[in-house]
Design a protein around this ligand. Structure first.
Ligand SMILES: Cc1cc2nc3c(=O)[nH]c(=O)nc-3n(C[C@H](O)[C@H](O)[C@H](O)COP(=O)(O)OP(=O)(O)OC[C@H]3O[C@@H](n4cnc5c(N)ncnc54)[C@H](O)[C@@H]3O)c2cc1C
Length: 543
């Protein structure tokens, strides 16, 4: 019997996976796509819309799914019962699966309070109005902000460059434009050549660059930075921070992302895969989403009996930077190194030169939209072909700067986390049942427990998680900690200044912060205790 694959999502990763599955194991697999929206949005040109230089395209998902050999059903996945292999929809119905691939994308949330958050097509009109205002009122200084955390930063570079071209085209030269980013170099993810190319473009257009800055709020003409500092500006445009949508019954990070292995398998769950922006891989980009989808599809196809050796996900980042003049093409194999293997060129380094590159999706969408089939690939002058192992840890630092402590923040004076943390937190195992953990938390009058696997901290579970699970009517002796915990929690060390820990907890919205030593649970810091300890010291300790 055919393996029943349910794909939750109707975006880039979902379609690429459906196409890959058809190509690799059509006769062994049936595919159903579920998504709340009946359309597929091709968003990259959203940045060009406010300038009248391009428009967002959308396609009927039912038609795309049918052309990809899949069935489309409207619905939003809200919960997974991994024990019974059921995907639960928001409407209350459930769909049985043999394999579930979660490709629900990410939800954009405002990251800089008071700024115009540019999420995509929904903000075209607001951006257009802001441009008119900037041009006519000759607004003094405008900052374009990359926030810390999970974002795809390329669009803000495009927006600032296109704004510069737009103003120059109207003869406005009195407006100062500025790019503010937590990256150490502009567009750092694309490596040295990418950074240099974009720095050159920014300089050409007189855009000032402020790197290593975490902006969090725009209030009364000041852009506030953490840990400290302000920049005086008149208007602010920021990218949103991305969050994974909550799906009960699956381990998600504090930002809502699903931790996966190199084949897209959600940690600890053999029949559940994930691909695209919802995974905890830090680069939230369409091309990367398709590569993750391909890796997942290969393992699913192989497990269904197709004759192939599934290849792990090895991310190659490709980007086409829209500048308002000639586009630049950027390519980088993510190695976590210094970015020596990147190239930048005015010629496309891959084909077709679509903004979202997917092995199956790009030609499929091209054909669907009636675009002529591309000629043979042009010679990739200047392109460097590299084969390197993925270094996801470094990619994390480059793509999604976390709010962390500067090395010099660990000061000798004042209170530290060690002064306020509890040193005997409850530590449970991922395979423990929720019933067992609830009983132990109740016995110890505790609100949370740390989850460790072979001694290493991999998660945290709180009384809220238990409440969520029991409200979903899971069976206490069947549901496991692994399915309901917060995976890969944000953690700190005992030597961290208490002030810094409080900032960290506030910015991430945490009430409990695990304390680790060599990745092992060493304690737990409650927000109340942390605030009390800070109040007792009576001084701000810096960050
Ligand atoms: C302005 C902008 C410009 C961009 N430019 C580029 C670019 O130039 N190049 C590039 O490669 N990438 C670009 N990106 C990023 C790219 O769009 C995303 O990385 C990519 O779409 C991620 O694919 P995905 O399938 O994970 O999510 P999406 O494409 O967002 O699809 C998510 C799908 O899941 C569905 N869904 C949501 N919740 C549920 C649920 N609970 N159950 C079932 N389905 C659900 C949604 O309806 C949607 O169909 C850009 C993004 C933006 C916003």
């Amino acid at each position: 019997m055919a393996t029943r694959v349910v794909i939750a999502g109707g975006g880039v990763a979902a379609l690429e996976a459906a196409l890959a599955l058809r190509a690799l194991a059509e006769d062994r697999i049936s595919v159903e796509l579920l998504a709340p929206e009946p359309q597929f949005w091709y968003r990259p040109l959203a940045v060009a819309e406010p300038f009248g230089l391009g428009e967002v395209r959308r396609f009927e998902l039912a038609e795309l799914a049918a052309a990809a050999g899949a069935v489309f059903s409207p619905g939003a996945l809200v919960r997974v019962d991994v024990g019974s292999r059921l995907a639960w929809m928001s409407a209350g119905s459930s769909i049985p699966y043999d394999v579930l691939l979660v490709a629900c994308g990410a939800v954009p949330t405002p990251a800089v309070a008071g700024a115009l958050t540019f999420r995509g097509p929904a903000d075209t009109e607001r951006m257009r109005q802001l441009l008119e205002e900037i041009a006519s009122a000759r607004v003094g200084r405008v900052a374009f902000v990359v926030p810390w955390g999970a974002v795809w930063s390329l669009p803000i570079y495009e927006l600032v460059l296109m704004t510069a071209a737009y103003l120059a085209g109207r003869g406005v030269d009195s407006v100062e434009l500025m790019l503010v980013t937590p990256e150490e170099e502009p567009l750092q993810l694309f490596g040295r050549a990418g950074s240099e190319a974009v720095r050159e473009l920014l300089e050409e257009r007189s855009v000032a660059v402020q790197t290593s800055c975490c902006a969090v709020e725009f209030v009364e003409g000041e852009l506030l930075l953490v840990p400290e500092g302000t920049i005086a500006v008149d208007r602010v445009v920021a990218l949103p921070r991305l969050r994974g949508p909550r799906i009960d019954g699956l381990p998600q990070t504090v930002e809502g992302f699903l931790p996966v292995d190199a084949h897209g398998q959600v940690h600890g769950l053999s029949d559940v895969f994930a691909a695209g922006d919802i995974t905890s891989f830090p680069v939230k980009q369409g091309g990367i989403a398709t590569q993750e989808a391909d890796a997942a599809a290969e393992l699913i196809a192989a497990n269904a009996g197709a004759d192939l050796t599934p290849q792990p996900f090895r991310p190659v980042l490709r980007g086409l930077l829209l500048t308002g003049r000639q586009p630049r093409y950027l390519r980088h194999v993510i190695t976590g190194g210094a970015g020596d293997v990147s190239t930048a060129s005015p010629e496309p380094l891959w084909w077709p030169p679509a903004k979202i590159v997917g092995r199956y999706l790009a030609p499929f969408l091209g054909a669907f939209a009636g675009v002529e089939s591309p000629p043979e690939a042009p010679s990739a002058s200047g392109a460097v072909s590299v084969e390197v192992e993925l270094d996801a840890a470094s990619a994390h630092g480059l793509a999604a700067p976390r709010l962390e402590l500067a090395p010099d923040a660990e000061r000798e004076d004042g209170a530290t986390v060690a002064d306020a943390m509890s040193t005997d937190p409850l530590v449970v195992a991922p395979e423990d049942t929720l019933g067992e953990v609830a009983a132990r938390m109740r016995a110890g009058d505790l609100g949370s427990a740390l989850v460790a696997d072979y001694g290493r901290l991999i998660g945290m579970i709180t009384s809220r998680d238990l409440l969520r699970a029991f409200a979903s009517r899971v069976h206490p002796s069947e549901a496991r900690v692994r399915e309901w915990m917060t995976a890969d929690p944000v953690a700190t060390s005992a030597a961290t200044p208490i002030e810094a820990a409080v900032t960290l907890m506030t910015q991430y919205g945490l009430r409990h912060l695990p304390v680790v030593e060599d990745e092992r649970p060493a304690g737990l810091l409650g927000l109340r205790q942390a605030r009390q300890a800070r109040a007792h010291t009576g001084v701000g300790l810096g960050f």
